[in-house]
Ligand binder design. Sequence first.
Ligand code: GDP
Ligand code: IMO
Ligand code: MG
Length: 407
Amino acid sequence: MANNTLILGLQWGDEGKGKIVDALAEKAGAVCRFQGGHNAGHTLKVDGVQKVLHLVPSGILHPNVHCVLGNGIVLSLSALAKEIKELQESDINFKDRFYVSEDCSLILPTHIAIDKVRDQSEGIGTTGRGIGPAYEDKIARRALRFGDLKNLEELKVKLAKLVNYHNQILEHLYKAKPVEFEHVLEELTGNLDLYNQYHCKTQDLLKVWVKEGKNILFEGAQGSMLDIDHGTYPYVTSSSTTAGGLSSGLGVGPRYLDTILGITKAYTTRVGEGPFATELFDSNAEQLAKVGHEFGATTGRPRRCGWLDLKALETIVFINSVTNLCLTKLDVLDGFDEIKVCIDYDETEQPIYKTFSGWKQDTSKAKSFEDLPEAAQDYILFIEQALDCPIDIVSVGPSREQTIYRN
Ligand code: GDP
Ligand code: IMO
Ligand code: MG
């Protein structure tokens, strides 16, 4: 029986989605992205070699897996061209298995300029990839879409209007330098190859695949607490990162999903600004950051670190109707004397913690749940009970094989 699985980050991104999607893609027919853009940074480690993907779905290392960028993503052509080129240089093949929706909105150099200048005053700490401004144009119904590349004459007319609008904002609102029209046009005309090779009516393709019973993985980017509606607004990204985003971002209705796999680290991190109830500022924070190599995969910024927040996760599990959980980076906790988890907040919104004694043993070589130290097993069992959801996968290292499957 087919098993279509939605894989979502439950925190503020960087939960290890890329690693888990790559590991599960072994048995999948296709991996599809449905939201976000090259703000994502998904790290895969196979045979000792690390690869960071930003737009390309994390199934691409498996030569027979099809990969789709759905209508809900925002697409920077130059970012995609660069990523494909780098992957092709390490002999990864894209022919006849990589598809980009004609309906996805394009990120232009002017979006990036606006994002960067605006973030200086708004202080969200965006990735500076033009994500917010590109989604704004989509919602305002003035975006250029990938399919617009099929008619260059019409495209130029639309583009001139849009670039003029963007430059008014840059020059008059932000007193910044405008972007030359020719430069923006070059971003499009210089990447026509991408359109010719990969454009697709992905909604039709997905319909066929779902009916055929192809095992499909749907790969979320960012995390639920960065969701435009359900996240820590305004300190969020500009897309629907929760389960609802799948249907709009690919054209696959909720009925065709069999599993909703929520991924959480065994602790919490956040990159960028915004509230973070369980954030630590002591030596524990330093230890999490150091052992977990907590630096952004896209921007290199240090990630803020803190304990796991079960109170927040419980709501997130509901919003996404998570059916199964995956706990990543358990090994990062190996050296701690004590480990805390937030189980509630007090009347001043401060976290109330339950304290676990650490296991002080190496978990990175464990192959099964039973191989884990008892204190680590207790930690896992407590989390699944508190969230009322089975933890089926435990990750104990960045490599594909450092993955424990429980059920
Ligand atoms: P994503 O955005 O959710 O795909 O996650 P990122 O790739 O941005 O960040 C996760 C980081 O943790 C990457 O450097 C991964 O290689 C690494 N990682 C993933 N799972 C584990 C794990 O179980 N243990 C350790 N130590 N590292 C992991
Ligand atoms: P992956 O897919 C972590 C954060 C940014 C900023 C906010 C808005 O690797 O988990 P944006 O550029 O999207 O407008 O920035 O969202 N952010 C991420 N944080 N992981 C990501 O992606 C992120 N993508 C965006 O740091 O706080
Ligand atoms: Mg990431």
